[in-house]
Write a protein that binds this ligand. Structure first.
Ligand code: NAG
Ligand code: NAG
Ligand code: NAG
Ligand code: NAG
Ligand code: NAG
Length: 415
């Protein structure tokens, strides 16, 4: 009896030793560095895989309770902390390592954004951004953050900067107007955009006292999302502007990597010294476009990234599995991020948030079809192959993520 009791105590001791890491202080994430066509963390290859989650700083899909900040014109509101934290737990469950997150950087021209108008800082907008960056760090999830958007969406983008400078342009009437190139070429606008970048990068996070420039959780900034010129697909985002913005970001934040935010692989940009990663988006999936892009970027000794793709696959295109296999086998591919993740309407654990573009991925939604879950399983298999070098079955059940989200204990000892 006594022996059994001792054994139990020993077992308990062993169990609590295993649980101990959750009591330790989290270690700050190591910076991601680029060496030629590879991304490295602590000298070992690191691959960037995860979801796009565009709404972490500011959302447009949930009407908040009366009295909470809300912009009825754009349906913009701040996401709850519970929704933000759940995303980090879902990325862990998927075997992901990072998130591409538009509204942690693109936040202009909306009353709820960082710069509602030129040069005016709305401190309240940083609450959700700070929380997302802080939670990502605790869960070991790194962040890729675009700095401006090509479009005129609720969270802002290049048209805000154009209008602030007196150019009365907007996406619905002017996307083909050559004057939109003033965003890249007009020195007044470029200097305002740099002021905005400075506001963002020098902001100190209330939850960890780190500036965004100094927090390695944000491993990279992207010069923008899907930047184009006046013709759809023209990749006409001037190389001089890309180099200038990349240099400016690295001047404030020397440890960040910079992604070229041009929509597509513009070969005239491949020599830009300050740019680390070049990327493309896939609607629908095209393995030939993927392969051509990888070859070009690899030839330049830089990293390739598939920044967005249609994971649903019901509107044509090549096989998602074939796309993933090329990515896994190509040493110059830094990773990929599917479009796009939503979660429960937490703290309400019973409903999921939906977005109207047809690409919403809701992890663990009991009403997902078998087809949807098989696609999520394929994504998880791919992420685990990329992040852990492990092959799992495409039928492996998806691990549940509780609501409220589980604490980040398994990452507390990770570098
Ligand atoms: C740049 O924008 C300003 C308005 O902010 C305008 O006065 C100026 O003429 C523009 N420069 C060029 C070269 O078009
Ligand atoms: C864009 O221009 C159109 C046509 O002038 C106008 O109806 C619309 O309200 C404008 N949108 C913005 C965001 O200014
Ligand atoms: C941030 O710094 C301030 C001033 O030094 C200090 O009072 C506060 O406790 C710090 N907060 C965190 C989360 O470290
Ligand atoms: C690529 O970028 C250059 C300027 O940097 C631009 O002149 C050109 O139109 C872009 N597009 C293509 C397809 O090269
Ligand atoms: C989510 O939105 C899409 C696109 O609008 C729609 O087809 C789908 O039925 C919606 N799903 C749910 C569960 O509301």
């Amino acid at each position: 009896m006594a022996t059994l009791k001792t054994l139990c105590v020993l077992l308990l001791a062993a169990t609590s030793t295993v649980a101990l890491p959750s009591l330790r202080k989290p270690t700050r994430l190591s910076p991601v560095v680029r060496e030629g066509s590879k991304l490295l963390v602590d000298g070992k290859e690191w691959r960037a895989v995860g979801p796009n989650v565009y709404w972490l700083g500011l959302d447009e899909n949930v009407t908040p309770p009366a009295g909470q900040p809300y912009d009825p014109n754009t349906k913009a509101s701040y996401p709850t902390k519970e929704r933000i934290t759940e995303v980090m737990a879902v990325v862990n469950a998927l075997g992901g390592t990072m998130i591409r997150a538009h509204t942690l950087g693109v936040s202009t021209g909306n009353p709820l954004s960082i710069w509602p108008t030129r040069g005016v800082v709305n401190e309240k907008a940083f609450d959700t951004i700070d929380w997302a960056v802080y939670q990502a760090g605790l869960y070991g999830v790194r962040l890729l953050v675009p700095l401006v958007d090509n479009y005129d969406y609720y969270h802002g983008g290049k048209y805000n900067f154009l209008r602030w400078a007196g150019f009365n342009l907007n996406q619905s009437k002017d996307s083909n107007n050559p004057a939109i190139q003033q965003f890249y070429t007009n020195s007044t606008i470029v200097s305002t955009f740099k002021d905005y970048i400075k506001t963002l990068l020098t902001h100190k996070n209330q939850y960890n006292n780190l500036t965004y420039a100094g927090d390695p959780t944000i491993f990279a900034y992207e010069t923008g999302n899907e930047l184009l010129g006046p013709i759809w697909g023209d990749m006409n985002c001037p190389a001089d502007w890309v180099a200038d913005i990349a240099k400016f970001v690295k001047g404030i934040a020397p440890q960040k990597l910079v992604f070229d935010g041009t929509y597509g692989i513009n070969k005239t940009h491949l020599g830009i010294k300050e740019v680390d990663v070049f990327s493309d988006h896939f609607y629908p999936i095209s393995t030939s476009k993927l392969q051509a892009g990888i070859s070009a970027v690899e030839g330049a000794g830089k990293v390739y990234f598939a920044g967005e793709y249609d994971w649903v696959g019901t509107s044509g295109g090549d096989s998602l599995d074939a796309f993933f296999q090329i990515i896994e086998k190509s040493p110059a591919v830094g990773g990929d991020t599917f479009w796009s993740l939503f979660g429960r309407n937490a703290p309400n654990c019973n409903t999921f948030v939906n977005h109207s573009d047809g690409f919403t991925l809701q992890y663990g939604n009991p009403s997902n079809t078998a087809y949807t879950n098989s696609r999520i399983q394929l994504i998880r298999k791919h992420f685990i192959a990329m992040s852990q070098g492990k092959t799992i079955s495409a039928q492996e059940p998806l691990p549940p993520v509780s609501c409220p989200a589980p604490p980040p204990s398994r990452f507390f000892t990770r570098a």
